[in-house]
Design a protein around this ligand. Structure first.
Ligand code: NAG
Ligand code: NAG
Length: 196
C-alpha cells in the first residue's frame, strides 16, 4: 500500500516536472514565433493566457535607438517567474538584433539567430529586470519590444509590448558629414595655394 502511494506520488511529480520543463529553464525554441509558452495543466489541457490587462509593461530607454549601440529595456510590474522577450519590427515575428549582459536568473536564447531573445534561466522570482539590447548596425527601422510574461506557470500574459522605438541617426552622423566636407574643401584650398 505504502509502496503504491510512493510510486504514484513519484509519477505525479515526474508528470508535473515534464509539464514544467519548458517553464523551468527558459522558453523552448517552439515558442520563438508564437511566444506561447505551451504550459500544460495536465497531459490534455493547455494553460491559456490571461485576457485581463497585463500588470507588466515594457519600458524602453528612449523613443530612438542608435544602430550598432546598446539600448535598455525593462520589464516593470509585480514579481514574475518566466518570460520571453524580443525586439521585432511592428507586426512582424522575426527577432531583430541581439541581447547581452543577461541579469541573474535570465539568459539569452536563440530564435532564428543566436542571442536574439531573452528568457528566464530558472523559475526564481524576478522583478523590474533591465535587459540590454544590441541594435543591429545596419539600418532596420522602427522596432518594438514584445514579451510573454509569466507570473506563475498557470498565469501569464502574451503580447506585452513596449512603445515603438524609431531608428535614430548613427552617433554624430548629422554633423560628421558636413564637417568632413568642410575639412576636405579646406584641404583642397590649401593644396591649391601650395601648388601656386
Ligand atoms: C485536466 O485539467 C482539466 C482542467 O482542470 C480538467 O477538466 C481535466 O479533467 C483534467 N484531465 C485529466 C486527465 O486530469
Ligand atoms: C518595481 O517597479 C514597480 C513599479 O514602478 C514598483 O512599484 C516596485 O517597487 C519596483 N520593485 C522593485 C523591487 O524595484
Amino acid at each position: 500500500m505504502a509502496v503504491y502511494k510512493v510510486a504514484s506520488c513519484v509519477c505525479v511529480f515526474l508528470a508535473f516536472l515534464s509539464a514544467c520543463d519548458a517553464f523551468g529553464t527558459g522558453a523552448p525554441a517552439t515558442a520563438c514565433m508564437t511566444m506561447h509558452p505551451g504550459h500544460k495543466i495536465n497531459a490534455t489541457t493547455d494553460v491559456v493566457p490571461q485576457t485581463s490587462a497585463s500588470p507588466y509593461s515594457i519600458v524602453v530607454e528612449g523613443s530612438r535607438y542608435t544602430p550598432g549601440s546598446t539600448f535598455s529595456v525593462q520589464i516593470v510590474g509585480p514579481v514574475f517567474r518566466g518570460f520571453l522577450l524580443q525586439a521585432r519590427r511592428p507586426g512582424m515575428t522575426t527577432p531583430i538584433g541581439t541581447f547581452s549582459n543577461a541579469p541573474t536568473n535570465t539568459k539569452t536564447t536563440m530564435c532564428t539567430t543566436a542571442d536574439s531573445s531573452m528568457t528566464h534561466d530558472n523559475p526564481s522570482v524576478k522583478q523590474n529586470i533591465t535587459l540590454t539590447w544590441n541594435a543591429p548596425s545596419a539600418g532596420i527601422g522602427t522596432v518594438q519590444f514584445v514579451a510573454t510574461v509569466a507570473e506563475m506557470k498557470v498565469t501569464y500574459w502574451m503580447n506585452v509590448m513596449s512603445a515603438e522605438v524609431a531608428e535614430g541617426p548613427a552617433s554624430g552622423a548629422s554633423f560628421a558629414k558636413p564637417t568632413f566636407y568642410l575639412i576636405m574643401v579646406l584641404c583642397l584650398l590649401q593644396a591649391a595655394f601650395l601648388l601656386k
